[in-house]
Design a binder for this molecule. Sequence first.
Ligand code: R5P
Length: 312
Amino acid sequence: MRGELKVFAGNANPELCQRISKSIELPLGKRVLSRFPDGEIHVRILENVRGRDVFVIQPTVPNPNESLMELLLLIDALKRASAERVTAVIPCYGYARQDRKDLPRVPISAKLVANLLVAAGADRLLTIDLHAGQIQGFFDIPVDNLYAFPVFQEYVQEVHLDNPTIVSPDVGAMKLASLFCTKLNLPLATVDKRRVGDYEVEATTVIGDVKGKKVILIDDIVSTAGSLTEAAKILRKKGAEEIWAFAVHGLLVGPAIDRIRNSPIQRLVTTDSVRTEIDDRTFELTVLSVAELLGKAIMCIHKNESVSSLFS
Ligand code: R5P
């Protein structure tokens, strides 16, 4: 076992950090995280971390630039204070969707973020449902990519949806959707989605049988909700009886709430990997917590135990 465990939090999702701290029965480390008058971020670690095994929790969305910079400065401060090992716990990894050069003269932002984390001094990464598993290869340090699946599975079993079908809203979400199918032993269908702009998508075809079915639409991210709501519309046209949407990371930005409210989606189920501040309850929203899952993974990593055993 390494040095004593310490957990610090950024400002991006204080509620999740408190829940994790409660689940592992360890108070969050004391630090200052404020702004200088010109807007620069001021970080100071207020306790001894020399030789300690430190975890820093900070999702880098929905304010990716601010949240990432806070995280980098926290890691730098901890390394300079002689922490033995620093693990960046990023429940939702910002910039993950920019993971390849799909147009001329664009950056591979997900790789740049990986470089920045390592340059700041991160020794490991712990995250949940990376947009693309291959992003792990952008790091030459160990990456533990957890799945929120067990949290969703428990919920699906609790609500007893009658004879559901899993639907992927696009080809990219097929892997996640097929994991659900395998674990829950359910059929799979998919929607053919094309992105026509940053805010707009088009869903043209459904492959698979959804007529008269209760549909569980599964995606890793709901951002402007274009993908889920366009998929829901075509599924309804094809005769789906009920449509429930599940998305691990509930960014819910811009037109998301209006779109969901005006769509056939009956309920959105997401997690607290991202802070969701929605007072408007004109649609049904369930936010499940990934705190316990992250807490268990932190303890496994700290004690050098298997993380994959959490999913077996
Ligand atoms: C795309 O590849 C992702 O998996 C999500 O489908 C997408 O990021 C969701 O974005 P939006 O909610 O804005 O359609």
